[in-house]
Design a protein around this ligand. Structure first.
Ligand code: GLP
Length: 263
């Protein structure tokens, strides 16, 4: 695992956006680049960078297919708190992607289990995900894989924890009772199948979880710790998020990155 610590959120996002743009632009395969995407406040800076790069002609999403991580149950495309709405507002409406090429789980699906199964099939039909961009919940979850989720789980319906509902209540006028009780989410195994995973983590409120994910063992209580078992995983964070890491851990990962830049 690479851990790349930047001085602040803006620098972390610029690094992550330019890394992903480089991967898309240099993708030499004769097939589309399949990109997994998250919602939440963490990726917003990266999305702004993508939009800027597209406007300047430095990046194009014409050869990109996207799969989002998750969606709240019971919220349709026109609901301002649905993840589909979020993605349209914060990214897709501003870049040159063909809307036929975006995939987001349908929170209104009449048969949600079938919807989840079809989602896994759609990912497989595109040849799997090349790079999954993600964020992390304050309890160390990835997508909506709450503590205790199976580390080999696939796309399915999950019940949200009180901590996640409380964290996301800010998007529902601070009213936790309006946060949906369940969501459709890719599984930990779905994320792990991606050929590369890049996670953006920002803020002091994520420091405890980042410590567990990086310094402790693989553990279903911090589902992002699964990354320790991935062959190509990067966590990009700001200094606030690295606050609880041991000084030696920070020094070690910073040294490795410095050496990589020199070589
Ligand atoms: C939700 C989403 C996750 C996201 C997390 C953190 O639980 N399902 O994908 O990583 O929130 O969100 P934020 O980036 O706003 O802290």
């Amino acid at each position: 695992m690479r851990l790349i610590i930047h001085e602040n959120y803006g620098k972390a996002c610029r690094w992550a956006a330019s890394y992903i743009a480089g991967r898309i632009n240099s993708y030499a395969q004769n097939k589309p680049f399949v990109l997994g995407l998250p919602t939440g406040s963490s990726p917003l800076g990266i999305y702004k960078e993508f939009i800027g790069m597209c406007k300047e002609g430095k990046l194009s999403f014409k050869n990109v297919r996207t799969f989002n991580m998750d969606e709240y149950s019971g919220l349709g495309a026109s609901h301002p708190q649905s993840y589909r709405y979020f993605m349209m507002e914060n990214l897709f409406n501003h870049i040159d992607i063909d809307l036929k090429h975006i995939h987001i789980l349908d929170g209104m699906a009449k048969e949600p289990e079938r919807e989840c199964k079809l989602y896994e099939e759609a990912i497989a039909a595109e040849g799997g995900i090349e790079l999954f961009l993600g964020g992390m919940g304050s309890d160390g979850h990835i997508a909506f894989n709450e503590p205790g989720s199976s580390l080999v789980s696939r796309t399915r319906i999950k019940t949200l924890t009180e901590e996640t509902k409380a964290a996301n209540a800010r998007f529902f006028d601070g009213d936790i009772s309006r946060v949906p009780l369940t969501a459709l989410t890719v599984g930990v195994g779905t994320v792990m199948d991606a050929r590369e995973v890049l996670i953006i983590v920002s803020g002091r409120n994520k420091a405890r979880a980042l410590k567990a994910v990086v310094e402790e063992g693989v553990n279903h209580l911090w589902t992002l710790s699964c990354l320790q078992m991935h062959q190509r995983a990067i966590i990009v964070c700001d200094e606030d998020a690295s606050d609880e890491l041991k000084a030696g851990t920070v020094r070690y990962f910073k040294d490795i990155e410095r050496q990589a830049i020199r070589s």
